[in-house]
Write a protein that binds this ligand. Sequence first.
Ligand code: C5P
Length: 308
Amino acid sequence: MTAVVARAPAKVNVHLGVGPLRPDGFHELRTVYLAVSLFDTVTASAGDGLALTVTGEGTGAARGADLVPTDRRNLVWRAAELLAASAGVAADATLAIDKAIPAAAGLAGGSADAAAALVALDALWGTRAGREDLAAMAAQLGSDVPFSLVGGVALGVGRGEQVTPVLSRTRWHWVLGIAGEGLSTPAVYGELDRMRAAGRIPDGGDLTTPEPLLAALRSGPADALAAALDNDLQAPALALRPDLRRALRAATEAGAVGALVSGSGPTVAVLVADEADAHRLAAELAGAGVFRTVRAVHGPVAGARLAG
Ligand code: C5P
């Protein structure tokens, strides 16, 4: 086999309820993930030992190549080591990540890369790991990686790694407003803990399943979904990046049905009525000067898959 190509999608959390900090340093979550049509691609080919290159969004000297490391710090590298060890094969592969999902954006770009790498290497090495084994490895790699494997819409519990599919018959249209500088996920969780300790926002602990949101996902309309969008990490993300308030306001003024910070931010996910509106809003927000770049996307879409 010469080369295997896999791709995996970005995600938006349409609900992110954050409970208390656990002894292991993670927060207990109740989240609803939705995979959207912005994909990273991982190409795996034969190699001697592991080698990794990264191209695309967020790489390039101007944006700081360090944002996406090309050594063991990269989740793709660790995914390769984990699959090789679990299957008892040598970790020999040349891996190339082509990024469309910006790093440190709250879109699970690194998780998508890890999920795509598991799928590509499973095929390259003929390890036939099976979806359940891949899901267990994904959970070891990061909280969002199991969702990147399954895609679609899913409820995530635990630290987000235990995922169950959620029904959504509608194709939702979004504009992703991507800020110039990323936010560190641990920093945003840390700010949440500080704000809660200071009594500036309510304590966590309410991890009920968001039934109105699940009902809206099943059958719409977009207004109902917009009303149910909710993210406990939005307040700390806004505290760390006050400019995001302007970005959310710009989205509303441009005619969004709803808008929220995606995951730990700083990406703003803007729900719109239809595809035409997505393109109209994307053009308007691109010209408003509040985002580095904007993308019109839709979801749900499938999780990590072999391409072609
Ligand atoms: O699992 P992942 O490596 O993506 O998590 C990155 C960081 O985000 C964790 O080290 C932790 O600080 C924070 N996190 C958390 N609770 C979660 C998921 C992530 O506190 N459920």
